[in-house]
Design a protein. Structure first.
Length: 160
């Protein structure tokens, strides 16, 4: 029996909703991005940008599976409660900035803007690629724009 709400009784549902953050009321993508921040900080603190890059790749792969299973379970192509794509995109945006709180805030805002507006080719991927890969890919493509701005920000703004 399918349900429009992912089940937290399955590993796919737990990961797809990023431990339930996607089930919070209103703006699940924002909640997912916020819930990604402490993990990104700890990963960056302990392992630097290489660890965060590695974690981003791993969470992307996990997300393709978890989102795909959740799409099958709910029957909805991209339910808002799936936020593991925001986690991957948020982490990708933060790769160049270390653990600076101001840079985290700027990266959070930039990623949310890119994720909401989905500049091309993210908008194309959002419309045309289905399943778990489609759920994940459009957010990571949007994060590419935020990442470029963060690299420039980190390079040209002293102290970041």
């Amino acid at each position: 029996m399918s349900s429009s709400r992912p089940s937290l009784e399955t590993p796919a549902g737990v990961f797809a909703t990023w431990f339930g953050a996607g089930l919070l009321p209103r703006a699940p993508g924002t909640w997912g991005s916020l819930a990604a921040l402490p993990f990104a900080w700890v990963i960056s603190y302990w392992g630097g940008w290489i660890a965060l890059l590695t974690a981003t790749i791993l969470v992307f792969a996990l997300g393709v599976w978890a989102a795909g299973e959740t799409v099958k379970q709910t029957g909805i192509q991209d339910p808002g409660s799936i936020v593991i794509d925001e986690v991957a995109g948020q982490w990708m945006t933060l790769i160049p900035v270390g653990t600076d709180p101001l840079a985290f805030l700027v990266g959070f805002i930039l990623f949310r803007i890119a994720d909401i507006y989905k500049p091309w080719p993210a908008s194309w991927a959002d419309r045309n690629i289905k399943g778990g890969l489609g759920v994940m890919l459009d957010d990571v493509m949007a994060a590419g724009y935020a990442l470029i701005v963060m690299i420039l920000y980190h390079r040209f703004i002293p102290g970041l």
